[in-house]
Write a new protein. Structure first.
Length: 264
C-alpha cells in the first residue's frame, strides 16, 4: 500500500508555518510515503519564490503544483525550468515555461508516483482544454506507473467533478483546489479513483479565503480596489490522505484532514 498526502492551497507565511510545524509529524504518524501540495499562494498569497519552494520541500513535500497565480511572482521564471518538482498547469498555452506533470520516485520503495497539475476553464481565462491535457498526461505517466495524483485547480464545482469522473479508473486521486474551502464529498468513485471537490486551504481561517476580513468587507461594500493582506489567526492545514494499491493504482481509502496550528 502507498499512502499519499495531498495538501490544499498553502496560503502565505501562516500556511507555510503550519506545514513546517505539523507536516513532519503527520508524515510519521500516518506513514505517508509521498506528499503533494498546491502552493500557488505560498509567497504572500500570490505565486511562489525559490526561497519559499525550498522551504516547503525541506518540510517533506515531494511535489508542488500551481494554478492561476503561477506567474504572479516573477521569481518563478528563474528556476521553474530547472526544477522538476515544481509543476505549473499542464494545459497552459504552448510556449509557457516549466512542465505540467512528472513522475517521481518514493524514498525507500520501488514504486513511482505521477503528478499532474491542471487549471479549469470555467471562469478562468487563458487555459487550453484540461480534459484532453489530462488524457495526454495520463497516457504518458501510465507507461511508468499506475499511481497518479491529479490537482484540478478550478473555480466551478461541476468542472472539478466532471474531471473526477473523466479520469475515474485511470488515476489514483483527483483533488480539486482553488476555492480555499474544503468540501465534505471525499469518496472513491466507481472505478477506483479517490475524489474530493476541493481539498481546502492551508492558512489562516479567521479570514475570507485567507485574506484579512476587513479588507474584503470594504471591497464588497465600496467596490474600491485595495491591496490584499494575508490574515494571521486560526491557522489550519487542510489535506486529503489516500491509500493506494501499488499494483493497479486504485484508491483503497480516502480521508480529509483538518489540523490546527497553535503558534507559540
Amino acid at each position: 500500500m502507498i499512502n499519499i498526502l495531498f495538501i490544499g492551497d498553502i496560503n502565505g507565511k501562516p500556511g507555510r508555518a503550519a506545514v513546517k510545524a505539523l507536516l513532519p509529524g503527520l508524515i510519521r504518524e500516518m506513514d505517508i510515503h509521498f506528499t503533494v501540495a498546491n502552493a500557488e499562494n505560498a509567497s504572500g498569497g500570490f505565486g511562489i519564490t525559490k526561497e519559499t519552494f525550498d522551504e516547503l520541500i525541506s518540510c517533506g513535500i515531494n511535489a508542488v503544483t500551481m494554478g492561476n497565480h503561477t506567474w504572479d511572482n516573477k521569481d518563478i521564471f528563474k528556476f521553474i525550468d530547472s526544477e522538476p518538482r515544481l509543476l505549473r498547469p499542464f494545459n497552459l498555452p504552448s510556449g509557457n515555461p516549466g512542465r505540467g506533470f512528472g513522475v517521481f520516485s518514493i524514498d525507500g520503495r520501488p514504486e513511482k508516483v505521477g503528478v499532474i497539475s491542471l487549471n479549469g476553464r470555467v471562469f478562468m481565462n487563458g487555459n487550453d482544454d484540461p480534459f484532453r491535457a489530462a488524457e495526454k498526461a495520463v497516457n504518458e505517466i501510465r507507461l511508468a506507473t499506475p499511481i497518479i495524483v491529479t490537482d484540478m485547480h478550478a473555480e466551478a464545482t461541476s468542472e472539478k467533478q466532471a474531471m473526477g469522473f473523466f479520469l475515474d479508473g485511470r488515476v489514483s486521486l483527483v483533488a480539486g483546489t482553488h476555492t480555499h474551502v474544503q468540501t465534505s464529498d471525499e469518496r472513491i468513485l466507481e472505478k477506483g479513483t479517490a475524489f474530493i471537490t476541493d481539498a481546502g486551504m492551508t492558512g489562516p481561517f479567521d479570514s475570507v479565503i485567507g485574506v484579512e476580513k476587513d479588507i474584503i468587507l470594504r471591497r464588497f461594500l465600496t467596490g474600491l480596489p485595495e491591496k490584499f493582506e494575508i490574515a494571521k489567526n486560526d491557522v489550519r492545514i487542510n489535506a486529503v490522505a489516500v491509500s493506494v494499491d501499488e499494483k493497479d493504482g486504485k484508491a483503497v481509502s480516502v480521508k480529509r484532514l483538518e489540523l490546527r496550528h497553535e503558534a507559540s
